[in-house]
Design a protein around this ligand. Structure first.
Ligand code: NMX
Ligand code: MLT
Length: 473
């Protein structure tokens, strides 16, 4: 029965994606499970040799094929547009947005298993997809859910490490410190110290990654309860799925909030490899630093206001609009407020992107969630008004390459609606979700034996001399 449902879902999907040639490779990957194997690690064991051969062939047959020219602008401008990383789990198209192993967000919402009472994808299913390139069955998702629940014990010294910080420390500082403390149990570090052969690196990496993914919601919930609920921690409920249990540990048992959490974790998990957090995780991992060290580093990048902290900034900014102008602000007043923000030398948080050139599909699906579950929420209505007001203003500014909203423009009002009102905490939620993408790729980094990252840097003197020489020839 599950098999037939999967097959019909696949043919629906194929008919939608069939025309898109860029997807052919991803579709090659996208095979529904006919196997009943519930063990994710043994699935990977089967896939790895095939992918190792594929990479070897690519390198030997096409290693010298050029992928573009590097310009001075790229070197000065944060390597924008420079293809320089191998990242298997997802791919971003500037107009279409993210695809996880070839699947867009609406496609994931259709084919990935949902909770019995829900409609949004279970993050465990997305994790399975990211790791294997295959859409899991309901049974496989349940097995992974149980596996993660069985790995979620967090040692006391992790809590003690967090408790050593003032409770006023930023939630991302507390969270990243907790992740660093989790590192004490790294299987990779132990295996490396005992001289493991490099062909086996991926196995302790897999254990670390699954343990890390299982434990970060517990650490994150501890930080939340410590900061905002007098340290009154809520134990995990192993009968719940990953997203629902995280919501429960935070203190939110409303079924809709659990649905939101599943969607939230799914859509924030991965955004190809060049964003600051993913790239940092990959870079640090390339030194064979274990997944805890790599992911903690990634979190520190996520904590920057131009990256993950933007979700905090958006809600604080929206609340400042309401404080100054009231909830029933007119579009004209809103436009003035946006200009005031820009003229004071600040960015409009939640708008713009380093790669995307259209509205982020992660924004769109959150908007759809709001239209379905909270259409009358006043802050949602304000977010909708901003969608009309901000893009023309940013376009008028003349230098912004993408005036459209990104993922962070919407998440805060949804969380706020269900009672998670503490904006400074929001980036921690992003961090929990991103563990799925960064860790999935780290496992493949080790399985494929990817190289130490070490790009060449140059000085301004070097650039000037090079350009002088280039213009004289
Ligand atoms: N508000 C004001 N100015 C902006 C904005 C914005 N939302 N977006 C871009 N610009 C400016 C940018 O600061 C730059 O100015 P300058 O030349 O004076 O340095 C100019 O427009 C050109 O920037 P772009 O090439 O369009 O964007 P870039 O790739 O450099 O930066 C972001 C991308 C995301 C950092 C930028 O759009 C931004 O600061 N947005 C607001 C913060 C935000 O929402 N970040 C979250 C991104 C998603 N995430 O979760 O990580
Ligand atoms: C992300 O999800 O990482 C952000 O949208 C930033 C990016 O992709 O550069």
């Amino acid at each position: 029965m599950v098999f037939f449902r999967s097959i019909s879902a696949l043919s629906r999907l194929r008919s939608r994606v069939g025309q898109q040639s860029s997807l052919s490779n991803s579709v090659r990957w996208l095979q529904m499970q006919s196997s009943t194997d519930l063990d994710l690690k043994s699935q990977l064991q089967e896939l790895i040799p095939e992918q190792q051969d594929r990479l070897k062939k690519l390198k030997s047959e096409h290693g010298k094929v050029q992928l573009g020219n590097i310009t001075v602008d790229m070197v000065i401008g944060g390597m924008r547009g420079m293809t320089g990383l191998l990242w298997e789990t997802s791919l971003l198209d500037a107009d279409e947005g993210i695809r996880f192993r070839g699947l867009s967000i609406p496609e994931c919402q259709k084919v990935l298993p949902a909770a019995p009472s829900g409609a949004e994808p279970l993050p465990e299913g997305l994790l399975w997809l990211l790791l294997t390139g295959k859409v899991p069955s309901k049974e496989q998702v349940e097995a992974l859910s149980k596996d993660l629940a069985s790995r979620a014990a967090v040692p006391d010294y992790v809590y003690n490490a967090i408790d050593a910080l003032p409770s006023t420390a930023h939630p991302m500082t507390q969270f990243a410190s907790g992740v660093m403390a989790l590192q004490v149990q790294s299987e990779f570090q132990k295996a490396y110290e005992s001289g493991i052969h490099k062909s086996k690196f991926w196995e302790p990496t897999y254990e670390d990654c699954l343990n890390l993914i299982a434990r970060v919601p517990v650490v994150a919930a501890y930080v939340y309860r410590r900061m905002y609920k007098n340290g009154d921690s809520i134990p995990s409920d192993k009968s719940l799925d990953y997203g629902a249990n995280f919501s429960h540990m935070l203190g939110f048992d409303d079924e809709k909030m659990k649905e939101l959490m599943r969607l939230y974790i799914t859509i924030h998990s991965d955004h190809e490899g060049g964003n600051v957090s993913a790239h940092t995780g990959h870079l640090v991992g390339s030194a064979l630093s274990d997944p805890y060290l790599s992911f903690a580093a990634a979190l520190n990048g996520l904590a920057g206001p131009l990256h993950g902290l933007a979700n905090q900034e958006v809600l604080l900014w929206i609340k400042s609009v309401v404080e100054e102008c009231g909830e029933n602000i007119t579009k004209e007043q809103l436009k003035e407020y946006v200009w005031k923000t820009l003229n004071s030398g600040k960015v409009v948080p939640g708008y713009g992107h380093g790669v995307l050139r259209k509205t982020d599909p992660r924004y769109v699906c959150q908007r759809e969630f709001a239209l379905k579950h909270l259409p009358d929420d006043p802050l949602f209505q304000l977010v909708s008004k901003l969608y009309e007001v901000v893009p023309p203003v940013l376009t008028e500014l003349g230098k912004v390459k993408n005036p459209w909203p990104n993922v962070d423009a919407h998440s805060g009002v949804l969380l706020n609606h269900y009672g998670l009102t503490e904006a400074r905490y929001y980036t921690v939620l992003f961090g929990v979700s991103r563990s799925l993408g960064i860790c999935s790729q780290l496992i493949w980094d080790r399985a494929l034996g990817l190289a130490l990252e070490r790009p060449k840097s140059v000085t301004m003197d070097w650039l000037e001399a090079h350009c002088k020489k280039a213009s004289s020839t």
